[in-house]
Structure formats: C-alpha cells, structure tokens
Design a protein around this ligand. Structure first.
Ligand SMILES: Cc1cc2nc3c(=O)[nH]c(=O)nc-3n(C[C@H](O)[C@H](O)[C@H](O)COP(=O)(O)O)c2cc1C
Length: 360
C-alpha cells in the first residue's frame, strides 16, 4: 500500500481561515509584534518562533513530514543521536535520515565526550543539519549514568568543553537543550545557561523541569523567565505547551524568544502550525475534527509502513493510540489499534471508525 492511496489532510483542509467563534483570547499587540520578527540564531534566520522538539521514538522523518505540512517555517528536530554509536557505526543511523527539503532542521546529539560530539556534529552537518543541538536534559538512567543528557547539569566543565569543541568543529550554530537543574535543591539554570552562552552556544532551549521531576509536575516557567533575562542569545521555552493558549501564556510569563512543543504533538502534528499561525496572525485555525485526526492517523500509519515495514507497524501502535481520543468509542479503537499486526488491519479499523463518526 502506498501513501498516495490516502487523501492527505492538507493545511487547506484544516482551514487557515479563522471563523467567527474561533477567536478566543486576543493576542497582545506587544507579543504579536515580537513574534512576527524572524528568530535569529547567529547567522541562521528562522521565520517561525515555534519549534517542534526532539522526541526519541517519535520525531522520525515520517512524523516530521506531517508536522512540516502544517508548520512550513518551523525548526524541526531529529530524535537524539548517540555520538558514540555514530563513531563506531560504518553507516549513518536511521535517526539521521532527513529529507533533502526538510530545512530548517536540527540534528540533536548526545554523549559526554567532546571529541565524539565534534566528530558527530561534522557528520550531522554533512547530512544537512542547519544547527547542531546538544542534549543536556535527557533524564533517562541509561544516558545519565554515562555522563550524558541531564547529568551534564552537574558537570558544567564537561558541558563547556563539549560546546567549545562542537563550535570549533562546525560552522552552523550550536545550541543546547537542557533542564532547570538536577533536582529541587540543585536548580542552577541561570548559571549553567550563562556558562553555555559563554562557551559559544547560539541558542538555549530550557525545559522548565528538573531531572528529578522527569515529566511530572508543572513546568517552572518562572525559571525560564530568569534564564531569559540573564542571556543575550535566544531562549526557547519548553514544558507544558499543549495549546495555543498555553503557548501565549508561557511567552507572556517568560518573555522567551519562542516556544518548543513536545508531548502536545503526540497524535497531534497540527499543534506547532496552530501556534505559529496564531502568533503570526492573531487568528485561530479551526481545530481538526475527529475525522480529520483519524485521516491523519491513517496516513501516518501508511507512511510508517512504507518507510520501515513491519517495524513501522509496531512503532505505529503507540502513535495510533495517541490519535484515537476525544470521540465516542475512542477507548475501544485505541485498544484495537495497539494490537495491529498489519497496515491493512490498522486502515480497516480507522476506516470503520471514520464511517461510524460520519453517520453519528
Ligand atoms: C517520548 C519522549 C521522547 C523524548 N525525547 C527527547 C529527545 O530525544 N531529546 C530531547 O532533548 N528531549 C526529549 N524529550 C523531552 C521533550 O523534548 C521535552 O523537553 C519534554 O517533553 C517537556 O515538554 P512537554 O512538557 O511539553 O512535553 C522527550 C520526551 C518524550 C515524552
């Protein structure tokens, strides 16, 4: 089955015209003026201040294609790439596979060894990366016990050495994505961020949680505001951006230069585009209907099958369950989609759900 067999949900389908009744809170003029300005990351100019975060196991080429359709100017990120693995592998890993027309795109790397990261950054630039992002926020034990991800918050000397080495290795901007600290009693976001800027980082994305929080609790936007006030490079706010309203609220509270969407995009590749459109125009796109979301899910499934075969079907299960929500009998569909073995099975389930919704 080919992806061409489904009529894609296009930007036009999800209307770009805001209709009366879809205007909720207005966009404050001062914010709107700021958001219409291009975002400058050193010598790179972005025409959107809304970014799609790196999400391991999610933001592969297929997912990015869907996000890109609705957010043509936003910076997208690959899943994080292990610099150590890259050093030992003969061929490039699938997570570094990017389409020739994907720009602007950033490749995110993780490790704690400056030389490995510098080498990986050169390969990433050869692949077409517009920026190199260093992961200094991942909380997963497997990564932190080897000195990577958020453990760099406790080892600023190494973090500085990494940024310096990568800056020396490539001419594209080097950026850092990190958290506000290791734990509640070790919040060092401002100092750490200043050290990254001094080492040569050209943008900093801050997830407003500590490593100890994982993904729990509320993101501390007040900490992001402190970092924004302390740096001269752009600061991107991340954490709990689940809607247009939360993006606006976060930008107002933090005065950040942009926002990065993460879990809000799971099963909802429309989010980055929705926020971007509102920030630029002050108008809201119509929210996709359940039928449109399911059409997108079907397309996502078929694209994963085309790209990764059976492995893609296994990966599709979680995506499908994220799409199947907020309509009648969604839980039942979710359960079934979590067990699909073939692309046909998934398409049949989605088609029947769409038919039921059409006749309801
Ligand atoms: C499934 C999943 C995978 C993630 N993978 C990455 C990753 O590869 N690199 C990274 O910097 N952050 C990763 N994150 C963290 C997110 O990019 C983001 O910082 C975090 O989810 C906070 O934003 P949120 O509250 O809007 O979800 C991941 C998060 C999730 C839930």
């Amino acid at each position: 089955m080919s992806v061409n067999t489904v009529a894609p949900t296009t930007q036009k389908d999800i209307s770009t015209d805001a209709s009366p009744g879809h205007h909720l809170s207005a966009l404050p003029e001062a914010l709107s003026a700021r958001m219409r300005l291009p975002l400058k990351i050193s010598n790179l100019t972005l025409n959107s201040r809304v970014l799609q975060s790196p999400l391991s196991g999610v933001t592969d080429k297929v997912f990015r294609r869907l996000v890109r359709r609705y957010a043509p100017q936003s910076m997208l990120y690959t899943e994080m790439v292990s610099a150590a693995e890259l050093h030992h592998l003969k061929k490039l890993p699938e997570v570094m596979d990017i389409d020739p027309d994907e720009q602007p795109i950033s490749i995110q790397l993780f490790d704690c060894r400056p030389a490995f990261l510098a080498e990986a950054a050169r390969k990433a630039v050869d692949q077409g990366a517009d920026t190199i992002d260093i992961n200094m926020g991942c909380p997963v034990n497997k990564i932190t016990k080897n000195g990577g991800g958020s453990s760099l918050l406790r080892d600023p000397e190494t973090a500085i050495a990494i940024v310096k080495a990568v800056c020396q290795a490539v001419s594209v901007p080097v950026t850092v994505k990190t958290r506000i600290g290791w734990s509640d009693d070790a919040i060092n976001a401002v100092e750490f961020a200043q050290q990254m800027e001094a080492a040569g980082a050209k943008m900093l994305t801050l997830h407003g949680r500590t490593r100890a929080q994982g993904y729990n609790g509320i993101a501390r936007w007040d900490q992001i505001a402190k970092v924004k006030a302390a740096l001269t490079i752009p600061v991107i706010a991340n954490g709990d951006i689940f809607s247009v309203d939360s993006a606006v609220q976060c930008l107002l509270e933090t005065q950040a230069d942009g926002v990065m969407c993460s879990r809000g995009t799971l099963g909802y590749p429309f989010l980055v585009g929705e926020i971007d459109y509102f920030l630029k125009t002050g108008d809201r796109k119509l929210t996709p209907t359940a039928i449109q979301r399911l059409q997108c899910a079907k397309e996502h499934l078929i694209m994963l099958w085309d790209y990764k075969g059976l492995r893609g079907i296994r990966q599709a299960r979680k995506h499908m369950s994220w799409y199947a929500k907020d309509f009648e009998n969604a839980a039942d569909l979710r359960d079934r989609l979590c067990q699909i073995e073939t692309v046909e099975q998934g398409c049949e389930l989605i088609d029947s759900a769409i038919s039921r919704l059409k006749t309801a």
